[in-house]
Design a protein around this ligand. Structure first.
Ligand code: FAD
Ligand code: DLZ
Ligand code: SF4
Length: 509
């Protein structure tokens, strides 16, 4: 019996290798425990359940027997362990074959099953990643800092992507300095290929609305691909219409335009509809044909074989302690605006609304608006982690946690990033059109009308001076803070206090 989880929907995922249709059965189960360990965005649930059902149908078309348990099936025990136990009783297999899960929580359950089940349980390595967990440990061993850049270079060598023998294509490993342009007013942003739900997906939508009516998010604009075939079409369309500008405008943000020139592939790659290597190879192929410049293609490949592989490595290296890390001792509850989008801060309102409407926001929205605010406001890591884990269609703890705790909140004290990504309103103003439509004035530093990011930034530095002032990369801002008159610092801190105390945080999740 071969178990396939919702984020393992790849025909040659490890558990399906060597499958014999004459002998083997595939088990897939929709279960309440996985659907409710956080209250996932409605689009994430629809995406995963519809993709699971379609994947099962594709296996059946191949002549493979699939034992598929729907969420509403009679007798569904509600947990993966329960469904596995029931299936073993039903089928009496000699062996159960699994692919290692993406999350620590699920791995702990797998290890329990191995003890409990009345048959052999074989757990195979998930070879959809370029770097295995053991490979990352070897790389990390003995290193003081785990900088992504050095790991990335190894992944380039290992995959041969954008390599000329031992040298990087174009003579440099990283073209990031060319990837920070502001969006010109007249630039045409391509329409993105979205997939209106078919009848089967509509049935899943009805089930999700009925079973999870109060979960975050809307289904009105559901447009994710739910089959490998459509995910391939989405990838081709990205390569054709957006990749060319991906690099230049990777950090740009626009009101009402969350997709810009981004790949929109993370839900597919994480769930298995596309593989990381095929996505990178498609981009490199466009470069080789002269259809996309090197800064775009290198930037895109770096996100996948660099950042994506690296955060997974850090996750498995540091779990389970990583979840509890709170270097800055942040304790604030998550403000309601993360659920309601109701705030006068136009940047936050836009990013939460994009998240609610699409279960998606691009990287800089996640990092420099939603994340930056949670860092400056001192929101407790566990509150922020839970929010990010449930709101995005691509979210699993292995990728969410290092991004949130390491990259955004500096909760790991600098393992993942050399300094916190704290920024004032000037950064958001430079990289977006949000400030023009905002009730606050990004140029004002203090007072009722001032952009809250401005005083929250200095308040954050003052509040965390003991822990952060020794950080070499923060020498400049701490020097500026030291030069400020005491009454100016008092004014900043009192604005921050007034603002933060006025933020409602009433939602219980
Ligand atoms: P593109 O901008 O087109 O990038 C291409 C691909 O690179 C992505 O599809 C993704 O697979 C990979 N990638 C890019 N950046 C990262 C990164 N920092 N970490 C890992 N992979 C990356 N990504 C997730 O897949 N799941 C998450 O739960 C998740 N949570 C995040 C939380 C925070 C606070 C931040 C700052 C980032 C998070 N990311 C997460 C990373 C990144 O924001 C998304 O992968 C990206 O926005 C997905 O959209 P895209 O496919 O259009 O990406
Ligand atoms: C995220 C998720 C959800 C919502 N539902 C299911 C499910 O019903 N059945 C299943 O097999 N997997 C589900 N998942 C994905 C698991 O939580 C996933 O395997 C873990 O996130 C480990 O990576
Ligand atoms: Fe955001 Fe400040 Fe700009 Fe308003 S002024 S959109 S709060 S950065």
């Amino acid at each position: 019996m071969r178990l396939v989880l919702a984020d393992q929907l790849t025909r040659d995922v490890a558990a399906l290798k060597g499958l014999d249709p004459e002998r083997d059965v595939v088990l897939m189960a929709e279960v309440m425990e996985e659907a409710a360990y956080v209250r996932h965005h409605k689009q994430k649930l629809v995406f995963l359940f519809a993709a699971m059902r379609n994947f099962a149908a594709e296996l059946r078309e191949e002549g493979i027997e699939v034992d598929y348990v729907e969420l509403d099936a009679k007798g569904n025990s509600g947990s993966l362990g329960g469904e596995l136990r029931r299936a073993v009783e039903r089928r009496k297999p000699k062996r159960v074959v699994l692919t290692e899960p993406g999350e620590w929580r699920v791995q702990e359950m797998f290890l329990d099953w191995r003890e409990e089940l009345d048959c052999d349980v074989v757990i195979r390595e998930d070879d959809r990643f370029v770097c295995s967990r053991a490979g990352f440990e070897t790389w990390a061993h003995g290193r003081k800092g785990l900088r992504m850049e050095f790991f990335y270079r190894e992944m380039r060598r290992k995959t041969g992507l954008l390599m000329n023998g031992d040298d990087p294509e174009g003579g440099r490993w990283n073209f990031d300095v060319e990837n920070r342009k502001k969006l010109p007013k007249d630039i045409a942003v391509p329409d993105r290929l979205r997939f209106p739900p078919d009848a089967a997906t509509k049935r899943v939508m009805a089930m999700v609305e009925q079973r999870f009516p109060d979960n975050f998010g809307t289904l009105d604009d559901f447009g994710w691909a739910v089959t490998r075939k459509d995910a391939r079409r989405a990838l081709s369309e990205f390569i054709r219409s957006a990749l060319e500008n991906f690099g230049d405008y990777q950090d740009a943000m626009k009101s009402g335009g969350p997709f810009l020139f981004h790949g929109l592939v993370s839900p597919y790659v994480n769930a298995g509809l596309l593989t990381a290597m095929e996505v990178c190879e498609a981009a490199v192929n466009a470069y080789e044909k002269g259809e996309a410049p090197l800064n775009a293609v290198e930037g895109f490949v770096r996100q996948i074989i660099g950042w994506r592989e690296y955060v997974r490595g850090v996750y498995w290296l540091k779990m389970p302690e990583y979840r509890e890390a709170n270097f800055l001792d942040a304790t604030r509850k998550l403000p309601d605006l993360y659920w309601t989008a109701e705030t006068d801060m136009n940047c936050l309102a836009n990013c939460v609304a994009d998240t609610r409407d699409h279960a998606y926001a691009h990287h800089i929205q996640r990092l420099m608006v939603l994340g930056n605010f949670s860092l400056l406001a001192g929101i407790a890591p566990r509150e922020v982690q839970d929010w990010y884990l449930l709101v995005y269609a691509d979210a699993y703890e292995w990728v969410e946690l290092p991004n949130v705790s390491g990259m955004v909140l500096f909760a790991d004290g600098g393992l993942l990033g050399s300094k916190p990504y704290a920024a004032s309103g000037a950064y958001i103003d430079r990289m977006s059109d949000y400030c023009g439509g905002c009730a606050y004035d990004v140029k004002q530093k203090t007072g009722e009308n001032a952009c809250p990011f401005n005083y929250l930034y200095w308040d954050f530095l003052a509040r965390n001076e003991k822990k952060l002032s020794g950080n070499q990369r923060l020498t400049m801002p701490y020097r500026t803070l030291a030069k400020m008159k005491p009454e100016r610092v008092r004014e900043i801190r009192s604005d921050a206090k007034r603002f933060l105390e006025g933020l409602p945080a009433t939602y219980e999740d």
